[in-house]
Design a protein around this ligand. Structure first.
Ligand code: GAL
Length: 701
């Protein structure tokens, strides 16, 4: 990876961005090349009406910016940039490397990515490149250089957007060569690789580096260690391309933020590594309006974005005003839901609300995808809502740069994700994101703010850490979690954590090998339950009952207390859930997927014991979050219910959306939002409470 030329810090660059934008970023992807010039004028006028201050240009414009090899045409984009500037609208300029043009792939058909089965993607969609292809890389960098040089001084330029949703794995010849080179860097010798990949299993021993390559479609199951390394390689090689583009742009514009857009629950790229190379995390988020609780998975992704750069504000880079067009059934958002989702993102640390896209296309693949201005023009409910939100967001300018704090962390780690889902395990339907969501949900429902951490993070700031299916732990990470507990932390570990080492090789001596010491318990055998809803009963140590499904284990204690035992099925009588006092802390082990009620009660008890409180007690379905900074504290209340909800805001403060003072009981309409700048009384109370918590926590540890 290249080292980034330093001028200002990411924080300085973001501060500069929001100062120039006058607050929260608001706008969306703008594709003027799809429209005649008279529409551009109307666009600029309507953008002003909607309060837009930032548009993303050129995401898919390579074929219009470099019309044939080395022939660049920036004239039309200059005109659009000038037009935006004249209307006071900033530009988030994209490098269009997601779509190598037809002339380029015609010259070099092997730029197209190859699937594991050897089929090649054809031209006609996007992300149709193998990032290891040297010509693709060279041409993409050359275009970035030109764009950086040409637009560095343009007064509309506010930030850069590199590529779009970096994506495809390729198993083609260029990836093959690059993967081999990456492995040669990683392993000191071929023997080392043979050991790490357990190649003696099924006689896969390599005797020369030229035999080693991408894990193309095997006859049956393939080597999980090799495939894990291939995931690591793919993420790293795409990131390497991103950082090369970034470094070019940084040289031209040292003080502008540079980002790329992430996706929800996106497995291909290790976003911890990626976010470290960006100025801000930026997320494309498309919750499905058909799912009543889609805001919970969205919340998880928002908290992940907030955590990726250690609490620094992030941005919604894309969302829909109404329906998307990529699913089998594309349902539109009900009135008020786009606004609610936008405030949810802001409550959880976003300083930008952007949409895909400004104007709904009349042709092409996404012509049915909603936009800020739809096919009917600006005379619609959606455009009215867009304008209203744009006006409201102006009153939240003081929020930018503020942060949230959390005393609970949940582990989310791409190595764990890749290794867990590689198959060849006791069940093939393991879904890492769903395992994380399962432990996240009770805390979300209880309005306990959480951070996410990877397995390498220092945990000392947290009173409680949850570890859902953290399947792969290095020796060093395992030691860090153990030290965290022994220093007084509380840890909750679910099944399928700490099973394998760095090479995806099983840790011996009883599962979960990396954690059996701290857990004071170990399993001799995994017992997944049948997929047809099979359940077992549990007896709780307080005499209560619960149930478990999907996953169970034959667990033994080795010092831990039993919180629940299996009461039916083949493991009846054996421990199911344990808690171990370890050093000054404790570690809970869930050997089974326990039911939601028991899980909530267990996590509630852990929170209480760790001195962790909800942001505020509110009715179910009302999300409460806080952001603070610059001597101010903001309280968000979001009613995700379809019915009104009454909440008590105590000492209260000023409602930023109406400018009115608010205190005591407040009624939130369905999908209603309250953003309160808390008054000083509340500030002091909260500060006192946090100090008291810290003291209690010190004694409970
Ligand atoms: C995103 C993509 C956009 C648009 C959008 C539709 O994944 O970056 O270009 O296709 O989906 O929802």
């Amino acid at each position: 990876m290249t080292s980034e030329p330093q001028a200002s810090t990411a924080e300085d660059r973001l501060k500069g961005l929001h100062e120039r934008l006058g607050g929260i970023a608001y706008g969306g992807d703008y594709n003027p090349e799809q429209w005649p010039r008279d529409v551009w004028l109307e666009d600029a006028r309507l953008m002003q009406e909607a309060g837009v201050n930032l548009v993303t240009l050129a995401v898919f414009s390579w074929s219009r910016l470099e019309t044939s090899d080395g022939v660049y045409d920036f004239g039309w984009l200059d005109d659009v940039m000038d037009l935006m500037h004249r209307h006071g609208i900033g530009v988030d300029l994209a490098t269009p490397d997601a779509v190598p043009p037809a002339w380029l792939t015609q010259q070099h058909p092997d730029i197209h990515p190859v699937l594991a089965d050897g089929t090649t993607f054809g031209f006609g969609s996007r992300q149709h490149f193998d990032v290891s292809h040297p010509v693709y890389r060279r041409k993409a960098l050359a275009l970035a250089e030109r764009m950086g040089e040409h637009y560095a001084k343009h007064p509309a330029l506010r930030m850069w957007h590199v590529g779009n949703e970096y994506g495809p794995l390729s198993y083609g010849p260029w990836a093959d060569k690059a993967f081999r080179g990456w492995l040669q860097q990683k392993y000191s010798s071929l023997e080392d690789l043979n050991q790490a990949w357990s190649t003696d299993v099924w006689g896969q021993v390599y005797s020369d580096w030229s035999q080693v390559g991408v894990p193309a479609q095997p006859r049956t199951w393939s080597n999980p260690s090799r495939r894990l390394d291939f995931h690591r390689f793919t993420s790293a090689s795409m990131l390497d391309h991103y950082t090369a583009v970034r470094d070019i742009l940084r040289r031209h514009t040292p003080d502008l933020p540079i980002v790329t857009n992430f996706m929800r629950f996106y497995k291909t790229n290790d976003y911890w590594a990626w976010a470290a190379e960006e100025d801000a995390a930026a997320l494309d988020i498309y919750p499905d309006p058909r799912e009543a609780d889609s805001h919970v998975a969205a919340a998880l992704n928002f908290d992940l974005m907030r955590s990726l750069r250690n609490g620094q504000p992030w941005m919604v880079m894309e969302q829909a005003t109404g329906a998307v067009s990529q699913w089998p059934i594309n349902v539109s958002k009900l009135p008020g839901k786009m606004r609610l989702g936008s405030y949810q993102a802001i409550a959880q640390g976003s300083d930008g609300i952007l949409f895909f896209q400004w104007r709904q296309a009349r042709g092409g693949t996404e012509r049915y995808h909603s936009a800020m201005v739809g096919h009917a023009g600006p005379i619609t409910r959606i455009f009215r809502e867009v304008c209203e939100l744009g006006t409201e967001l102006k009153s939240l300018a003081g929020l930018t740069g503020t942060r949230s704090s959390a005393k609970v962390a949940i582990v989310f780690d791409w190595d764990c994700w890749w290794a867990l889902e590689l198959g060849n395990s006791p069940r093939s339907d393991l879904n890492y994101a769903q395992e994380v969501l399962r432990l996240y949900r009770p805390l979300f429902d209880a309005n306990v703010t959480v951070d996410f951490v990877d397995t390498k993070r220092d945990l000392s700031q947290y009173s409680l850490v949850l570890m859902p299916a953290a399947y792969l732990l290095t020796d060093e990470s395992a030691r860090r979690f153990e030290d965290y507990v022994s220093d007084g932390g509380r840890l909750v570990v679910s099944y399928l954590s700490g099973i394998v080492d760095e090479s995806n090789t099983i840790r011996l001596g009883g599962y979960p090998g990396a954690l059996r010491n701290v857990l004071g318990a170990w399993s001799e055998e995994m017992h997944p339950l049948a997929g047809d809803g099979e359940e077992v009963k549990l007896t709780l140590s307080d005499g209560g009952t619960a149930s478990a499904g999907y996953w169970t284990e034959h667990l033994h204690t080795d010092g831990a207390d039993v919180l629940a035992s299996y009461a039916s099925g083949r493991l009846a009588g054996a421990p199911a859930v344990t808690r171990n006092a370890f050093g000054r802390g404790s570690a809970v082990y869930l050997s089974a997927r326990v039911d939601a009620t028991f899980l909530s009660a267990l996590l509630d008890a852990e929170c209480k014991a760790a001195g962790v409180h909800p942001e505020l007690d509110g009715p179910r379905g009302v999300q409460v979050r806080r952001r603070a900074g610059k001597g101010k504290r903001f309280l968000f209340m979001l009613n995700h219910n379809d019915a009104p909800a009454s909440v008590n805001v105590g000492g209260g403060g000023t409602d930023l959306l109406t400018g009115h003072p608010v205190q005591g009981a407040v009624e939130l309409p369905p999908s209603g939002v309250l953003v309160l700048e808390e008054n000083s009384v509340e500030d002091t109370r909260l500060e006192d409470r946090r100090t008291a918590d810290a003291a209690t926590n010190d004694t409970t540890r």
